[in-house]
Design a protein around this ligand. Structure first.
Ligand code: HEC
Ligand code: HEC
Ligand code: HEC
Length: 339
C-alpha cells in the first residue's frame, strides 16, 4: 500500500505538468484510500481531506494540489514517503511507567510481551492450532489495550477493533485473514516505534550521571563532569609535554591521571552495584599495567612508546567506556533540555 501511494504521488506530479485533471483526481483517490487504510490522524490526512472538498473550479483544485505537493516536498509525510525520519517527544504520562517513578520498567516489559504474543499467534496460525491462537490472542488483546490505558495520549496510535477481528478469523480458521490482520496490527506497532522509540529509550533508559559525587584529587567532592574534564586535561597535558620534551611534566600528569581514574573507578558501583566486572573490564589490571608502564617509559625518556601507550589508554579506557555510557547520554541531552 505504501508503494502504491508513492507511485500515485508521482503520477500526480507528472500529470499535473501535463494538466490531466481527471487522472489526477483518480490518483488522489488512491492516496486518500491509502491514508484511510492507515486510518490515523496525521496532519497529511487532514490536508488531503481538504483537497477532497472538491473545489468546483479547476484553478482552486490545481492550487490545492500544488500545496499538497509543496507539503510533500517539505517532507511532512515521512511515514509514507519513508524518506525523512521524525522523532517526536513522547507524552509526559509515559514517565510513570519507568524507573524511578515506577519500581519496574513497566512499559518496556509490556512491549516485550506484545512481541512474544504476536510471534506466538503467527506461529500457531501456521500450524492451524486454534487453542494456541485463542490463548495468545486473549493475551495480546489485554496487553495491546494497556497501551492506551497507560498513555491515554496514545489512544489514537492503536486499533483495538483489530483484535476481535483477529479472534474471529482465528476461530474460523481463516489463516490468510489472520496473517493480514496481524500485519495491520504490526503496522500500528511500527508506526509508533518509528516516531517515538529512539527518544523514549534515550530518555527513560539512558543512565544519568548528574547526581554522582566523586572524590577529587585534592580530596574535595566533584561532579562526574568535572572528573571528565580533568581527565581530558591530564591526557592532553601528557601529550603536549611529550611532544615538547617536558618529561617531568608528563610524568607528574601521568600520576595525576592514574589517581583520577582511581576516583572515577569508585563511582562504578553507583550503578553496577555488587558486580565488580565492569570496573575490572575498563579500569582493572590491564589498565593499571598500562599506566605503570607509561610512567616507567616517561621516566626512561621513551617518548614514542609513551605516545603509543597513551593512544591505547584513550581507546581501551576512554573510548570503550564512552561507547556504552556517553553516547546515549549525549544524544538525549542534544534532543532534550538537560534534566
Ligand atoms: C564511566 C566510564 C567513563 C570513562 C572510563 C571515561 N569517561 Fe568520559 N564520559 C563518560 C560519560 C558518561 C560522559 C558524559 C557525562 C558527562 O559529561 O557528565 C563523559 C564525558 C566526557 C567528556 C565531556 C565532558 C563535558 O564537559 O561534557 C570528556 C571531555 C571526557 N568524558 C573525557 C574522558 C577521558 C579523556 C577519559 C579517559 C581518560 C574518559 N572520559 C573516561 C564516561 C566515561
Ligand atoms: C503507542 C506507541 C507504541 C505502540 C503502538 C507499540 N509500541 Fe512497542 N515501543 C514503544 C516505545 C516508546 C518503545 C521504546 C521503549 C523503550 O526503549 O524503553 C517500544 C519498544 C518496543 C520493543 C522493545 C524493543 C527493544 O528490543 O528494545 C518491542 C519488542 C516492542 N516495542 C513491541 C511492540 C509490538 C509488538 C507492538 C504492537 C503489537 C508495539 N510494540 C506497539 C511504543 C509503542
Ligand atoms: C549512571 C550509571 C552508570 C555508572 C555510574 C557506570 N555505568 Fe557502566 N553501565 C551502565 C549501564 C546502564 C550499562 C549497560 C547495561 C549493563 O551492562 O549493565 C553499563 C555497562 C557497562 C559495561 C559493559 C559494556 C560492555 O561493552 O560490555 C562496562 C564494562 C561498564 N559499564 C563499566 C563501567 C565502569 C568502569 C564504570 C565506572 C568508572 C561504570 N561503568 C559506571 C551504567 C553505568
Amino acid at each position: 500500500m505504501n508503494g502504491e501511494i508513492i507511485t500515485a504521488y508521482q503520477y500526480i506530479t507528472n500529470d499535473l505538468r501535463q494538466k490531466k485533471g481527471r487522472q489526477i483526481r483518480e490518483y488522489c483517490w488512491i492516496v486518500e484510500g491509502g491514508l484511510n487504510f492507515f486510518d490515523d490522524n496525521r496532519m497529511t490526512y487532514s490536508i488531503i481531506n481538504v483537497l477532497f472538498l472538491w473545489p468546483s473550479n479547476t484553478m482552486k483544485f490545481i492550487s490545492a494540489l500544488l500545496f499538497l505537493i509543496f507539503v510533500l516536498a517539505a517532507g511532512v509525510v515521512p511515514a509514507y514517503a519513508g524518506k525523512a525520519v521524525s522523532i517526536d517527544v513522547p507524552p509526559a504520562s509515559l514517565e510513570k511507567w519507568y524507573k524511578p517513578a515506577n519500581k519496574r520498567q513497566v512499559w518496556l516489559h509490556t512491549m516485550f510481551k506484545l512481541r512474544r504474543e504476536m510471534q506466538a499467534i503467527s506461529e500457531y496460525a501456521k500450524l492451524n492450532d486454534q487453542p494456541g491462537m485463542a490463548k495468545w490472542i486473549a493475551r495480546l488483546e489485554k496487553d495491546y489495550n494497556k497501551i492506551a490505558d497507560m498513555v491515554p495520549e496514545w489512544e489514537k496510535e492503536i486499533k483495538p477493533r483489530l483484535l476481535p477481528e483477529l479472534e474471529m478469523f482465528a476461530e474460523k480458521g481463516d489463516a490468510p485473514r489472520v496473517a493480514k490482520t496481524l500485519k495491520m496490527i504490526q503496522r500500528t506497532c511500527d508506526d509508533c516505534h518509528q516516531d517515538y522509540q529512539p527518544l523514549v529509550t534515550a530518555m527513560h533508559r539512558s543512565p544519568h550521571y548528574d547526581e554522582l559525587k566523586l572524590k577529587g584529587i585534592n580530596g574535595s567532592q566533584q561532579s562526574f563532569e568535572d572528573n571528565m574534564e580533568e581527565l581530558s586535561e591530564s591526557v592532553n597535558r601528557i601529550l603536549i609535554a611529550l611532544d615538547d620534551g617536558h618529561n617531568p611534566v608528563a610524568l607528574k600528569s601521568s600520576k595525576t591521571l592514574a589517581s583520577q581514574l582511581q576516583n572515577l573507578g569508585d563511582s562504578c558501583i553507583a550503578c553496577h552495584k555488587n558486580d565488580a566486572y565492569p570496573r575490572e573490564r575498563i579500569l582493572g589490571k590491564a589498565t593499571q599495567q598500562r599506566l605503570e608502564i607509561l610512567q616507567s617509559n616517561i621516566s626512561k625518556g621513551l617518548v614514542k612508546d609513551s605516545q603509543k601507550l597513551m593512544g591505547e589508554i584513550a581507546v581501551t579506557v576512554c573510548a570503550r567506556c564512552h561507547n556504552t555510557h556517553r553516547i546515549v547520554y549525549d544524544l538525549r541531552n542534544a534532543l532534550l533540555p538537560v534534566k
